[in-house]
Design a protein around this ligand. Structure first.
Ligand code: ADP
Length: 268
């Protein structure tokens, strides 16, 4: 650990003494270094697409008389602007979740309709890639009392990743079941899987298994850290199991709703 030590001699009407102050600054230093790394990472992530936009615009100036070349540079500008927009949106979302004003609602949630909303968002993209997008909800349907918007965002990020990283012919399944006091919600895929050595760091900001592939597919490297923050804000836990060549399962565990129990007590 890192300790900051300060000492001073005291003289007070003939009495002499010493005061020593020892402050443990380990956590402070760690936070400082995390913040520094984060700023460096953000700057690096912003710099690449901005440089690409600048150079495409410059080249476009000399290519306005060649429509085919011009379209290529306009595409390049659009792609990189899109990358910047995704990055800025993810950064804003992270800072929104971390701000003191961030409030979690407690509302009764129909998990089936949340699954339908999320599947609806990705149906077309999955079909285009020939990926089966399915749902499996155990009976009785788990009851949840949580923030619907946050849960939709968690599941959207997980399904988006599954659809993004799985090849044609894979399937992605949204599952829900009750396990005692907990509701287990999972996004399972039969995609490429993730090697074990990456799993412990997967939820860190900007951590990617294959950075260039992630960028090529429009990834910001922030999706899973947003998922982790939101799940923790809901009082839940996130975990991942994965095997190369078999697929990945991301599991969110949330406390089951106790509305049923409350109603029961009220009736008695
Ligand atoms: P990104 O924007 O790069 O997708 P994420 O934080 O969402 O960032 O994910 C971190 C990394 O985890 C990704 O770059 C990818 O390498 C890996 N990953 C996430 N989900 C999956 C998945 N379903 N299958 C394979 N790899 C995945």
């Amino acid at each position: 650990r890192r300790l900051l030590v300060g000492a001073t001699a005291l003289h007070d009407e003939g009495d002499e003494g010493m005061i020593a102050v020892i402050v443990d600054v380990t956590d402070l230093r760690r936070l400082e270094s995390l913040r520094r790394d984060f700023v460096a990472n953000v700057s690096h992530e912003l710099r690449t697409p901005v440089a690409a936009v600048r150079s495409a615009a410059e080249t476009l100036r000399g290519a306005v008389s060649d429509p085919n070349a011009a379209v290529r540079f306009i595409d390049m500008i659009e792609r990189n602007a899109q990358r910047l927009q995704s990055l800025i949106e993810d950064l804003l979302e992270l800072s929104r979740i971390e701000s003191k004003e961030f409030r979690i609602k407690r509302e009764r949630i129909d998990i089936t309709s949340v699954f339908h909303i999320v599947v609806g968002l990705f149906r077309e993209r999955a079909e285009r890639k020939q990926i089966r997008l399915e749902m499996r909800i155990a009976n009785p349907v788990p009851a949840l009392e949580t923030d619907q918007r946050a849960l939709e965002q968690i599941l959207s990020n997980l399904v988006e990743n599954a659809v993004k990283y799985c090849p044609a012919g894979s399937s992605v399944t949204l599952c829900a079941e009750t396990k005692g006091e907990m509701v287990r919600i999972a996004v399972e895929d039969t995609g490429p899987g993730i090697s074990e050595k990456h799993l412990p760091r997967l939820f860190e900001r900007f951590y990617r298994v294959d950075a260039s592939r992630s960028r090529e597919l429009g990834g910001t490297g922030l999706g899973l850290s947003i998922v982790k923050h939101l799940t923790e804000a809901l009082g839940g836990k996130i975990s991942v199991e994965s095997q190369i060549g078999k697929g990945s399962t991301f599991t969110v565990q949330l406390r089951a709703s106790n509305w049923g129990a409350q109603n029961h007590v009220a009736v008695r």
